[in-house]
Design a protein around this ligand. Sequence first.
Ligand SMILES: [Zn+2]
Ligand SMILES: [Zn+2]
Ligand SMILES: [Zn+2]
Length: 477
Amino acid sequence: MAVPYAKLTDTPPSSTGYGQAPPYPTYATGQPNYPHPQGQPQYPGYPPQGGAPQGYPPQGGVPQGYPPQGGAPLGYPPQGGAAGQGYPPTDGGNVQAVDNPTWEGEVPDDDVEDNPNVQAPQPTAPPAEKMDQVSGYDNMQGAPLPPPSYNEAMMQSSYPEQSEVTPNMPTITEDQARDALLQHVSENCCYGAKAARELSFSNIMPSNAFHYILDTFTEKRSTKWAQEPYHGQPIDGPYNGPAPGPWQIEARQPPPFTAQVTHVEVPHTASVKPCHDCLGLGRKRCYHCYGRGRTRCTHCHGRGHHTHYHEGRHERRQCHFCHGWGRKRCFLCHGHGHVVCRTCNGRCQLKCFIRLTIEWIVHHDDHIVERTALPDTLIRGVSGETVFNQQHPRVMPITHFPDNNINQASHTLIQRHNTAYAMERILMQRHSVRVIPVTNLHCNWKSESFSYFVYGFEHRVHAPDYPQQCCCGCSIL
Ligand SMILES: [Zn+2]
Ligand SMILES: [Zn+2]
Ligand SMILES: [Zn+2]
């Protein structure tokens, strides 16, 4: 149950545990004895009574370290808590601290611990049942919305196949193969170059790798309720007409095969509602002091004094940090006991509307046909010659490529793409075939024989068996 603030203010700090304390010595300065003769100690300075200059708040009226840097609510305190006009008034300025909190909700019976790292609660979304029913918008959980069905007849129209001829790829010479290996050795600091310089080639086996690539560019749409503080911005509500369907809303599409996300307010779905989080007050109980406007002094643990053992007796000294008050004003609400509501930003009202999220996605797939011991994945990173390249709203599988593995991969991947993204609208597809030269070189050096690969137009080298992989070629005597 809430304790009246006046009582809190007048009650001296708890002296629990000090009931049998020895008499307090008279202060050397000749100040009156402590405690006060009537047994009701007066804590000098708080609250400041009729011009007592010392004590709390510190001289100059600006308490030390207060207000805290950053995070201070704007425009504190409210004037009369005018609901509907927003809280606090927009005239942001100096924070005025008060001694008596005005929070009228529930507060704990005791001061809470000061927690300088307290986290502000996050804005919350209104409960779903408070939202309006909008025709055509039943799925408001952010799940993808099924796109309208295609005109399949249009999509299935066939395109003339391009000539799919495997070009005559240039074969590399022995000098090129040796230069590529020397370059590879120089990039590996431990490798010795002697073997690359001295080796002799026993066999050069050129071949081609094929790289089929399929990209499908799609659009995905989903809807969710959204809210923002209402500050008088235009409201496009149901009175302007029925909301258009989620796939009827026009959006500026990025260039094909560009991933992007955009958000659109669905027309005619907006309304103004009182903030569910603060019940339209614009402010909430302070999450640091829980409405009490103050927290327990961490230095004296709320007692207002420290006890010292001095020359054989206990001495009680007033706490310097709270000046005997045992508490300090809450740094967050400056003593008011309430802070601005984060959900409505103190505006008391929310603009609620349906937000359409549009995602443009590029689905990428590929297939590599490579018949040597070279790891297939290396093919992706090098250039070759593109012998086939097509882009259409829907592409047809390749059927006449000389290597049938590519025809099969094309068929499989296109089939997969055309069924895997049922909740997205396919806007464009493209596929291509690259031919990458791969040369397997068998060679001898000293008594050893080994092989390595030169692949891609860059003449990149894959030589896991290179004999001189240790410093100074020490693995070979
Ligand atoms: Zn507070
Ligand atoms: Zn203290
Ligand atoms: Zn609010």
